[in-house]
Design a protein around this ligand. Structure first.
Ligand SMILES: NC(=O)c1ccc[n+]([C@@H]2O[C@H](COP(=O)([O-])OP(=O)(O)OC[C@H]3O[C@@H](n4cnc5c(N)ncnc54)[C@H](OP(=O)(O)O)[C@@H]3O)[C@@H](O)[C@H]2O)c1
Length: 279
């Protein structure tokens, strides 16, 4: 399965999402956030180390995930590894999109990640209260000073993408959106087509959520190919030109299974069945 590239930037077909267990903030009975639990941190670090050992290279986090603690875990997990071997993707919160707030948010992320550059920095959600031009001024500056290598967006529709492409001084690397067998909006509203035409990688988030694993099509095709429903669902995504995905699993066997989904050989009939929205 080909890697997806935007100019010189290459994203592997399957990356590792760091929301989910990494992002659950533990609160006390009064709703106050408790400090990070060392036992929990150790188990998350070990999940991450498993993923690194299996060959994951693209890690997707956000300042929002566990209020920054997901970034902290990723930073710790990459200690002792060659930084250039990994793609760190993180996201700025919608409330931090004003120029100076965005610069400050990026510095905090760099600190938590224990690195001096972020490979891919995304606007997590659009914010109609803040002009996109202001955010892009800050993002373009961050590229110029080398704190981020590539700019991306998330949850952007076509009109917003058009603005983003015009405002970005460097090619927009990705639009990260909810896309799966059960969430086909990017196909229906033109987002996928726009991304392809403009050489923007579409990163499909939450590829396994919402009953994807129990669809008749995924279960039956997986049974015939001696694969798993998750592999069918992931392969359907990454066989599409310009699409990569970032499933999360805390379990070593499922992490491996997800990575290996790229080599599944679906038949033309399987693909037609999966392509049909009523599969
Ligand atoms: N930009 C955004 O707004 C946005 C929104 C949501 C998510 N994201 C990103 O997308 C990533 C992925 O989304 P997600 O974590 O919400 O959902 P997901 O990756 O689609 O699904 C994760 C769930 O699927 C299970 N799972 C994983 N592999 C499996 C397999 N092979 N077989 C059976 N179950 C499997 C996991 O459980 P186990 O751990 O027990 O395996 C977990 O419960 C996130 O981590 C985050 O980085 C971005």
């Amino acid at each position: 399965m080909n890697e997806r590239s935007t100019n010189d930037f290459i994203l592997p077909p399957i990356g590792f999402g760091m929301w989910d267990s990494f992002a659950q903030i533990v609160k006390d009975s009064g709703g106050q956030r408790l400090p990070p639990d060392p036992v929990r941190d150790a188990s998350q670090l070990s999940e991450l180390q498993q993923a690194i050992a299996l060959g994951y290279r693209h890690f997707d986090t956000a300042e929002m995930y566990a209020a920054g603690h997901s970034e902290t875990i990723l930073g710790r997990g990459l200690i002792g590894h060659r930084r250039n071997d990994f793609i760190i993707a993180t996201k700025v919160n919608a409330e931090n999109l004003a120029h100076d707030n965005l610069l400050a948010a990026c510095d905090r992320s760099l600190e938590r990640l224990q690195t001096d550059y972020i490979d891919l920095y995304l606007i997590h959600w659009p914010n109609p209260e803040i002009p996109l031009a202001e955010s892009f001024d800050a993002l373009n500056h961050l590229v110029q000073v080398g704190k981020i290598r590539h700019i991306g967006v998330s949850n952007f529709n076509v009109p917003l993408l058009e603005q983003a492409v015009a405002l970005s001084e460097t090619p927009l690397a990705t639009n990260q959106v909810y896309y799966s067998l059960l969430s086909r909006r990017p196909q229906q509203d033109g987002t996928l087509e726009f991304c392809r035409k403009n050489d923007i990688v579409l990163t499909a988030y939450a590829p396994l959520r919402g009953g994807v694993l129990t669809l008749d099509a995924t279960v039956e095709i997986a049974g015939r190919l001696k694969a798993t429903p998750a592999q069918v669902a992931l392969n359907w995504l990454v066989r599409q030109p310009g699409v990569v995905t970032i499933p999360h699993s805390g379990n070593e066997q499922r992490q491996r299974e997800n990575l290996e989904a790229v080599s599944l050989e679906l038949t033309e009939a399987d693909i037609r069945r999966l392509d049909s929205p009523g599969n």
